[in-house]
Ligand binder design. Sequence first.
Ligand SMILES: Cc1cc2nc3c(=O)[nH]c(=O)nc-3n(C[C@H](O)[C@H](O)[C@H](O)COP(=O)(O)OP(=O)(O)OC[C@H]3O[C@@H](n4cnc5c(N)ncnc54)[C@H](O)[C@@H]3O)c2cc1C
Length: 456
Amino acid sequence: MGIYSSLVEIVGKDRVSNSAADLYLYSRDSGAQPPGRADYVVLPKTAEEVQKIVRLAGSEDIPITPLGGGLALSALVVPQRGGIVLDMKRMDRILEVDEMNRYAVIEAGVSQGALREYLKKNHPRLQHSTPEAPPTATVTANTLIQGHGHISPRYGVNSDMIGGMEVVLPTGEITRIGSCALDRKWFTRGPMPELAGLFVGWYGTTGIVTKISIKLFPKPAFREVMVFQTDDIDLLPEAIFEVMYLDLAEDFFLITQEKPDWMNHAFLVVIVSGHFKEEIDFKKKVYKDLFKQFKGRKTIQFVEDLHPALEKRFLDVPPLAALAADFRQGGGFQYTGAILPIDKVPEAWRKGIEIAHRYGMICSYVHQVLLGNSIMFGFNYSFNRADETDIEKAQMALADSNRVTLELGGMIWKGEKPAQQMVLEKMDPNTAELIKRVKGLLDPKGIMNPGNWERE
Ligand SMILES: Cc1cc2nc3c(=O)[nH]c(=O)nc-3n(C[C@H](O)[C@H](O)[C@H](O)COP(=O)(O)OP(=O)(O)OC[C@H]3O[C@@H](n4cnc5c(N)ncnc54)[C@H](O)[C@@H]3O)c2cc1C
């Protein structure tokens, strides 16, 4: 039997395609990386279907590329060597919300928007850490790529929020990780050997996660935004340190854009939240006082007349901070997500402006402060996807900002293939060898998202 017929036998005709139109769409994403080649698209509904697909792929030596929302933008879901794109979106059930123990168990295709709306309606006192990504991004893939959400400055990156997992291994076994491997509660992934780490940060090269338990957090009744502005970039590390040291912010991000002129400053956006109005008033006063005479100077100012439209966008969950991005005609967008130490912010800021100007772009940044000791520093590039030259410029700008990130001692988050090559080259050879060995152990046939996390 041919591959297509075997796939139909597993999931039914409606959930397999090899039509040219579908394959075109599944062979690319909206970032600046070149397209790949999908041969089949399959949308499983159960872990057992995933298991059968994986076994088929293993016996036929066909690559599998898992796909969530496809919004990581760095071609992590673009098949490098053909094969099956496994679109997880039909696995979209929210299986359980345990209010008392504050977690939700969901299937891998549940989107950010779906979980957010479900919680709002059924568990209004709880929330999950929501990235600024479009609402169709999946909760699972976001945790697997070590994403971050609107409460990350307070509670940690989203991979820290995994309480358990169900994974189909590349060899076909269905495995459980965390307390759900022992009992029916999915409340914690330890204490036991940290197996979740075998699937977090691997870009789908070690297995297919079919269910996940995600931690939920209190949802305070009141939230307000405060915006401060400065032109003294060198003050930013200390300003970030002090805001985080006070430990009163729910979210904290920095934005800037060269155009329009009114945005050409560094804006520090601090979201404060609380269960009581008095708590909010107190927090706001503390932050206002902090910047009144910051380091004996008046160089960081409170923005008194924040436009109501901006206030609403910042307060939305997730916030629309990417409004600072220079979105252009043609819809292309990609960024180097540099995870940097706080003290490197001014240098990265200046170098980012140089890079943008080198390729005829205006500079726009969105940075989220993570837990106080690092920042997700987004070197944003938008481009026209119908213009080859524009795409090339974006690729070169990405290469330059990836290089700068590594020179500054940073890490590249969700890097595209050339970025992964740079990281592997710089990495301690024993670490790179360990990555290779773990991959080989879990995926002896090399069928899982090949081309990623491997040296050319
Ligand atoms: C405007 C904009 C703003 C953004 N802001 C943020 C932000 O604030 N925070 C943030 O974290 N991200 C942000 N992102 C980046 C990205 O969109 C998100 O991280 C998103 O959650 C990725 O999820 P996805 O479902 O689209 O993943 P995909 O792109 O579909 O997949 C990402 C990786 O995970 C693998 N994968 C997918 N599903 C599985 C599975 N079930 N098992 C194993 N591997 C799997 C894929 O193969 C791929 O390697 C933003 C993107 C845009 C466009």
